[in-house]
Design a binder for this molecule. Structure first.
Ligand code: 3EB
Length: 279
């Protein structure tokens, strides 16, 4: 954690909010969006693949039933994300189950939410989500192969997420997925934290440009946004913060978490939500 802030993010709505707990999902909603969380006990399922499949079945059904059928953003947390060899790695098993749910929908690659997949300390598969009544605008990164088109070497199914999503109806928010030092589909700068941060910030700038091309709206590291760093090694904190400040990331709006990331060689990942000027 940077400075003395509490480890807390508060999402405020200017519209009336209702909240509740239904079908295992804790949620809050206003007239445009639904936010929620689901926790599954992995021991109730034969595998993480099955747990992820079930979690996504339940979340997507919940969103539809509530009338917010457009999934915009998912955060996925589970322990031991890098444990297991090759296709048995837990991240790849999670990706398999998640993809088996999304694959049931036609043209699902064009409507995937932005996402992050992060190693946690606590047991259980924890998923946070944002869904909306109106569709988002998918943004892909020309510097990176789309995750849903990653080649077979990264697992039995490609990861089901978009690089970023512009949220409707006002197109006033950009949800940026967990973004790391990947160019094309390959990890870069395996043993250099600072170079990974710099490569990641180039990916963000490329996403900001792609957003401008898609919507005509300016996007950037604005101070109304919130940002989250996932850092594999606590010892990298100081050089990480220096590289972020050099890249104009607003540190006072950034939460830093010590966490494992979905490829073992990645040391750093950044996700966030930025404000967009009205269209
Ligand atoms: C990557 O770009 C890095 O599986 O939901 C980033 C964001 C990553 C989301 C996910 C994975 C996910 O492939 C890993």
């Amino acid at each position: 954690q940077v400075g003395k802030k509490p480890l807390l993010e508060i999402w405020r709505s200017t519209l009336p909010v209702e909240h509740g707990f239904k079908n295992g999902v804790a949620f809050a909603r206003n007239e445009h969006i639904l936010v929620g969380q689901l926790v599954l006990n992995e021991n109730d399922y034969p595998s993480l693949d099955e747990a992820a499949f079930e979690a996504y079945q339940r979340i997507l059904a919940f969103q539809r039933n509530q009338g917010y059928k457009h999934a915009l953003r998912m955060w996925n947390f589970f322990p031991d994300i890098n444990v297991g060899d090759a296709d048995d790695e837990r991240y790849r098993q999670f990706s398999l189950g998640r993809a088996r749910t999304f694959e049931q929908f036609r043209h699902f690659e064009r409507a995937l939410p932005a996402a992050s997949a992060i190693g946690s300390y606590r047991s259980g598969l924890l998923i946070h989500f944002v869904a909306a009544r109106t569709p988002g605008v998918q943004i892909e990164n020309p510097r990176q192969v789309s995750a849903f088109e990653y080649p077979r070497q990264y697992g039995p199914r490609s990861p089901s997420f978009s690089r970023a999503v512009v949220a409707g109806p006002g197109r006033d928010r950009l949800f940026v997925s967990g973004t790391a030092a990947i160019v094309g589909h390959q990890s870069r700068h395996e043993d250099c934290l600072v170079s990974q941060v710099e490569e990641t910030l180039r990916n963000w700038q490329s996403l900001f440009s792609a957003t401008h091309r898609a919507t005509g709206q300016q996007a950037g590291f604005d101070r109304d946004g919130t940002y989250r760093v996932y850092l594999r090694h606590a010892r990298d904190l100081d050089p990480c913060l220096a590289a972020l400040a050099h890249g104009s990331v607003p540190l006072e709006k950034t939460t830093v978490l010590r966490a494992d990331i979905c490829r073992p060689e990645l040391l750093f990942e950044l996700d966030g939500v930025t404000a967009l000027d009205p269209a």
